[in-house]
Design a protein around this ligand. Structure first.
Ligand SMILES: [Fe+2]
Ligand SMILES: [Fe+2]
Length: 297
């Protein structure tokens, strides 16, 4: 294993800070600030810290997620196998990436996956959705499989190959992305046709896109589950209504699915801690309904 615990902590901190900002964004992003008067200073500080860290992260991500990089990432994905293992084994592998004792990490990866799944289960949602909650972040294994950094694993996603949307967080940081000056990629439609559908656009490479490609042909999960996995970080679309000029009718169903999933991902982190050993038999039985014992990663 080439990834050190230090790097794992860095990734986890970034991933948590991105989630924190997405939680805050939902309530107050771009709104007249009231929080500094009504909220205590500790919360305010966390918000500022999260935003500073997240801004630095997005600056790098927005500069480096080019069409060229995305084509290369997809060729690389297809041209090699990274591992062959079962879902639970992958969860444990992802959990090794982070150090549970790190005070800056609110919950471990396996805890986040279980809390998401348990919240979905508690609400009486179908088994396929529980499994989706359980696996939705396993794409972060990319970080152990030779990603370039954090910027091609975590963070909100967006469309590459056409004009970067103003609805993406910190849109001004795209000025340093060479595609923003490209004669084609910088236009409204870029390489796409109006209403071509999200199946025909290239989303920035990261844990959503990677896991979608891993599970789409190796599981019996329904379309809605695949949409939840593929688009759960696509905030410019599912929260900000960007890119409607590229979507089609099929994407409407996907949007409903992603929006139904989002609260469980964002707001289950404060829930009761899960007992992984106790929950394992239940989730192993669910996994077996949708996956073979082992899959290619
Ligand atoms: Fe995620
Ligand atoms: Fe998540």
């Amino acid at each position: 294993m080439t990834v050190s615990f230090q790097n794992g902590r860095d990734l986890d901190n970034t991933s948590d800070a991105v989630d924190d900002v997405n939680v805050l964004k939902g309530k107050m992003w771009d709104e007249e600030s009231e929080f500094d008067t009504s909220k205590d200073k500790t919360k305010f500080r966390q918000y500022e810290d999260a935003c500073d860290r997240v801004k630095a992260f997005y600056k790098e991500q927005h500069e480096k997620q080019t069409v060229e990089f995305n084509l290369k990432a997809r060729v690389d994905f297809k041209s090699r196998k990274r591992a062959h293992m079962g879902i639970w084994e992958a969860m444990e592998m992802l959990n090794n990436l982070v150090d549970d004792s790190d005070p800056d990490t609110s919950v471990s990866q396996i805890e986040h996956l279980l809390q998401t799944a348990e919240a979905i289960r508690r609400d009486g949602k179908p088994e396929w959705m529980q499994v989706t909650g359980l696996i939705h972040d396993l794409g972060k294994l990319l970080y152990m499989f030779g990603s370039e950094g954090q910027w091609d694993v975590v963070g909100d996603t967006f469309v590459v190959g056409c004009q970067f949307s103003e609805k993406i967080i910190y849109p001004e940081t795209f000025a340093a992305n060479p595609d923003s000056k490209d004669a084609v990629f910088s236009t409204r439609y870029g390489i796409y046709k109006p209403y071509c559908g999200l199946d025909n656009v290239m989303l920035s490479w990261g844990h959503d896109e990677y896991l979608y490609h891993v599970v789409k042909d190796q599981s019996s999960l329904p379309e809605e589950a695949l949409a939840m996995i593929r688009y759960h970080s696509f905030y410019p679309w599912h929260r900000e209504d960007a890119y409607t000029y590229l979507t089609n009718e099929k994407d409407q169903k996907a949007l409903e699915a992603v929006r139904a999933f989002n609260p469980y991902d964002l707001y289950s982190k404060n829930d009761e801690p899960c007992n992984a050993a106790k929950l394992r038999p239940y989730y192993e039985s669910l996994i077996a309904k949708f996956f073979p014992p082992t899959i290619d990663w």
